[in-house]
Design a protein around this ligand. Structure first.
Ligand code: ATP
Ligand code: MG
Length: 725
């Protein structure tokens, strides 16, 4: 059998890793050096050359998007779709195992995943129920604390509270919250992992079963695993299993969420792997790579490595200082337009930012220019209010004990059930240790509610029961359509919101029906005995926003720096690179956090293959007021010889190019003979005056103030301007 295609296009070190014959392996290497590629080839190599059954492999990646790409690439290399192969995120894999063994871990078959927003609401509800002061126990902080304990593997009884009254109350909140989840069959993200670890730790038969099954465990982005994930990996691999781990300490960016880069050294200690280092970068130009190396060099807590590339020198890194955030957005979008005009695909471009709120200005500018875009990680599809409402109905169909779902839709659409009646239902549920649904039913039949509320509650209960009956043997798509039709959410929103907003919500609801219709249950899920409905609900909770599929392919990619990990794009914009925003204010005071921000900067820069733009604004709206800002310290850390400052795009004579702000662009670019102030003619826009010039060769651009068409930026290589002077 010819397997050379599995090794072609690999360098010696990569080949060594892919073909390693025995023992565990650690690939420790910088960005773009082919770690993910090596992991994918390793899977194919094991299946094709060592005849390892796909069922015997477990591959873990960081996002569902990465998992999807990995699956596709393994499939391509093998020429078939490997059936039974488990590739997924830690959460996805744990979810699947818990579904298969729900009874053993004390969960109902219908258990639901609690996403972070629902978790927050539930924590807040618990704090209120316990009559604690929300000032003293802020729900957001309590949510973080609970998750932190879980990430460290601690149940309430494992926590030392040293009889400190505040800590005692915190533990009590954690305990109540957990009791609530148990009663309602709810599992938060951290719980998915903790339960699975407990299952494998406490049940020798299960442990033996999985250790026997997974002869090979492969993990990407290992530097961002937390304590619990590492414990899970150790339990799964056991004594016999072989580990193949890839990571980069310089890209550890989830310390704030409990990730431990120390897992890398623990892994070396615990598994004594062969360590392979990759030093050649295949992604970025020399300029981008050198600049990124120089920035990360300012961290002193590094394991240390250097990357080189045989690639071309490439363009300088372009630095843009914007007057304000709006101008920054306009500038970025104008460059993207240049890219598209020059024949580039919008999907080759990414706008990266530190915090989600920054996406709005870019979205507005993109909408205005009619350029398709997709936001990862922001307001995700499955996090929109109307979608969560419809999903809450679906969740109640699946599991009547899902209290957060009940709370969400008991009076949505409004049916005259007031807060006091809901509080009655809650009280009754608390004292009878039952779910809200059961409590509501009991109160209705026991005349425990005012007549009007009782009628409405009863109608709500009937609606859910009827829907359940009606859809018992329906397909997922039909069930979803029935839910959306019966819940009348669209009508409700129409009655209380501006028409265009309500319309968007209705479109989203239709999109949800389409998503359900076209939902393909993953093979592994059906093998694990999950119903399509259960799979769909889990997927919605686990990979919010990632289902949108094909028609989003040709669009500009917007995402936070965090979600860009592992990805690559020919043209990258890092926006809002300002002190206080990036590095984030909170991290400036803590040295450990500051190096994590710098790693994030390194991650951002190394996403770029060909061109990298870094921009900052001198003022922007933050928390409702306009603040002045100064460039990030990371900008100062860029080596000056690799950077070119570019002129702002001045719109309609606004303070711009003429202000004499930083500019390294030459006043004339001799290769095209244009000069500032010169007169030119363009086929479509007519006659105008050159107001600025930047870049050279293929990248030379000119800004012309046209007499009738106004101010435009044009790429000289494509614009065919005629000089009139
Ligand atoms: P990151 O740290 O950002 O996750 P990585 O180390 O996982 O990066 P990959 O994404 O696997 O790197 O590879 C970076 C790019 O280099 C990809 O486009 C990949 O296809 C390409 N590449 C990797 N190795 C080679 C090689 N030997 N020959 C040609 N191209 C390669
Ligand atoms: Mg990678």
């Amino acid at each position: 059998m010819d397997v050379s295609h599995l090794l072609d296009e690999l360098n010696d070190a990569q080949r060594e890793a892919v073909t390693a014959d025995e023992g565990h392996l650690l690939v420790l290497a910088g960005a773009g050096s082919g770690k993910t590629r090596v992991l994918v080839h390793r899977i194919a190599w094991l299946i094709q050359v060592h005849h390892v059954s796909p069922m015997g492999l477990l591959a873990v990646t960081f996002t569902n998007k990465a998992a999807g790409e990995m699956r596709a690439r393994v499939g391509e290399l093998l020429g078939i779709r490997p059936e039974g192969l488990w590739i997924g995120t830690f959460h996805g894999i744990c979810h699947r195992m818990l579904r298969m063994h729900a009874d053993e871990v004390g969960l109902p078959d219908t258990f639901q995943i609690l996403d972070s927003d629902d978790q927050y609401r539930l924590v807040r509800r618990v704090i209120r129920d316990m009559e604690h002061d929300e000032g003293q126990f802020p729900p957001r902080a309590m949510q973080g604390l609970i998750n932190h304990h879980k990430d460290e593997g601690r149940r309430p009884q494992d926590i030392d509270h040293f009889d400190n009254p505040h800590s005692v109350s915190q533990v009590a909140i954690y305990r109540h919250y957990q009791d609530y989840c148990e009663r309602s069959g709810l599992v938060d993200f951290a719980e998915l992992l903790l339960r699975t670890v407990e299952l494998l730790r406490d049940n020798p038969n299960r442990r033996a079963q999985y250790q026997g099954r997974f002869g090979h465990t492969l993990i990407d982005e290992f530097q961002d695993t937390n304590r619990l994930q590492y414990a899970l990996v150790r339990l799964l691999s056991g004594e016999q299993g072989r580990m193949f781990v890839v990571g980069d300490d310089d890209q550890s960016i989830y310390g704030w969420r409990g990730a431990r880069v120390e897992n890398v050294s623990d892994f070396v200690r615990d598994f004594e792997p062969t360590v392979v280092r990759l030093e050649q970068n295949y992604r970025s130009t020399q300029t981008i790579l050198e600049a990124a190396n120089r920035v990360i060099d300012h961290n002193d807590d590094r394991m240390g490595k250097n990357l080189w590339t045989e690639g071309e020198t490439g363009d300088p890194i372009r630095l843009f200082s914007a007057w304000n955030a709006e101008e920054e957005a306009d500038f970025v979008i104008a460059r993207i337009q240049d890219w598209i005009e020059a024949g580039g695909n919008p999907s080759e471009t990414a706008i990266l930012y530190r915090s989600n709120a920054q996406s709005r200005l870019f979205e507005q500018a993109l909408l205005r220019e009619g350029i398709d875009y997709r936001v990862y990680g922001g307001q995700r599809f499955f996090e929109r209010a109307e979608i969560k409402d419809a999903m809450a109905y679906l969740r109640l169909l699946h599991n009547r004990n899902d209290d957060p779902a009940f709370e969400r839709v008991i009076n949505v659409p409004a049916r005259g059930i007031g807060e006091r009646s809901v509080e009655r239902i809650r009280e009754h549920a608390r004292s009878n240790q039952c779910s809200l649904f059961t409590s509501a039913r009991a109160l209705v039949s026991g005349q425990g509610l005012p007549a009007r509320a009782a009628r409405s509650v009863s109608a709500f209960i009937d609606k859910i029961e009827q829907l359940d009956e009606q859809t018992a043997s329906a397909s997922l798509g039909d069930t979803m359509a029935a839910v959306v039709g019966s819940a009348q959410l669209g009508e409700w929103y129409r009655g209380r919101e501006a028409p265009d907003r309500a319309e968007t919500r209705e479109e989203n609801l239709q999109e949800l029906v389409r998503a359900a219709e076209s939902f393909q249950q993953p093979e592994e899920d059906s093998q694990a005995g999950l119903s399509p409905l259960a799979s769909f609900l889990a997927q919605a909770a686990l990979e919010a926003g990632e289902h949108q599929g094909e028609r989003w392919q040709d669009c500009v990619q917007l995402m936070t720096l965090h979600s860009a990990k592992g990805l690559e794009f020919p043209l990258v914009f890092m926006a809002g690179v300002e002190e206080g925003l990036f590095p984030h204010q909170k991290s400036v005071e803590e040295p450990g956090r500051l190096s994590e921000e710098r790693r994030l900067c390194y991650v951002g820069m190394t996403r770029a293959m060909k061109q990298l733009y870094i921009s900052y604004a001198e003022s922007r709206h933050l928390h409702g007021q306009r603040v002045m800002s100064r460039p990030s310290r990371f900008v100062d850390e860029l080596p000056t010889h690799l950077v070119e400052s570019v002129r702002p795009r001045s719109s309609a004579g606004e303070a711009g190019a003429g202000m004499g702000r930083m500019s390294a662009a030459p006043d004339t670019a001799p290769d095209h003979g244009l000069r500032l102030g010169g007169t030119v003619e363009h086929g479509r826009f007519g006659i105008g005056t050159v107001v600025s010039l930047e870049g050279q060769g293929d990248n030379a651009r000119v800004q012309v103030n046209f007499e009738t068409a106004g101010s435009k930026w044009l790429v000289l290589a494509y614009a065919s301007l005629e000089r009139l002077d």
